[in-house]
Write a new protein. Structure first.
Length: 198
């Protein structure tokens, strides 16, 4: 598996690169994981409803082709894009989602934090607050998009949306729960767990 550490990159150009990679790969193309951060941006998934953007706070909104509703990306949030051939790995979509969530839960456990799933609401939660959002696109058995883990960011923009379509959903981040606040360090820790994917 190839890992690309992209640093802070524009959302739309990264999305286009993911689509291009997925469209041109074949049965022998190695899977890739891209780690990055984005400048402030709201992204609205295929199921996204405009009313979940509660007010304009000057942050651009990009309509994208992943699953899910609206979420926020910004500096201090670790984004992991998973460009995997899940068919080749004999994974169902549900099984793939479960394994991604488990990687985050295991990372949190390393810090003494109990992460949890919620039925019907993909992502990872700590108590009542969401710490990691998940949205995927699967095309011809191959995935792109991935997960966003809040590490040490300005959470205020989440108040301008219904995060992932849930009114009043609280959000949290690693830096509020433990001493870890470096996205690069957390990225390497997350990779250790994602590499356990079949």
């Amino acid at each position: 598996m190839t890992v690309r550490r992209l640093g802070r990159v524009d959302y739309e150009s990264t999305w286009r690169a993911m689509r291009d990679f997925t469209a041109t790969r074949d049965a022998t193309t190695p899977d890739e994981i891209w780690l990055c951060e984005h400048p402030p941006v709201f992204t609205q998934g295929l199921a996204g409803k405009p009313e979940h953007l509660l007010r304009d706070i000057g942050i651009p909104v990009v309509k994208t082709d992943r699953g899910g509703q609206i979420t926020y990306h910004g500096p201090g949030q670790l984004v992991a894009y998973l460009l995997l051939d899940i068919k080749r790995r004999n994974l169902t979509v549900r099984g793939f989602v479960n394994r991604i969530e488990q990687a985050v839960i295991d990372l949190l456990a390393d810090q003494g934090i109990e992460g949890q799933r919620r039925a019907g609401a993909p992502g990872v939660y700590v108590g009542a607050a969401k710490i990691a959002a998940l949205g995927l696109k699967i095309k011809d058995g191959r995935s792109y998009h991935g997960l966003a883990l809040n590490v040490a960011m300005d959470l205020a923009p989440f108040a301008a949306i219904n995060p992932c379509g849930y009114e009043g959903l609280a959000v949290t981040q690693l830096s509020e729960l433990c001493a870890e606040s470096d996205t690069e360090t957390v990225g390497e820790q997350l990779l250790d767990h994602l590499r356990k994917l079949p």
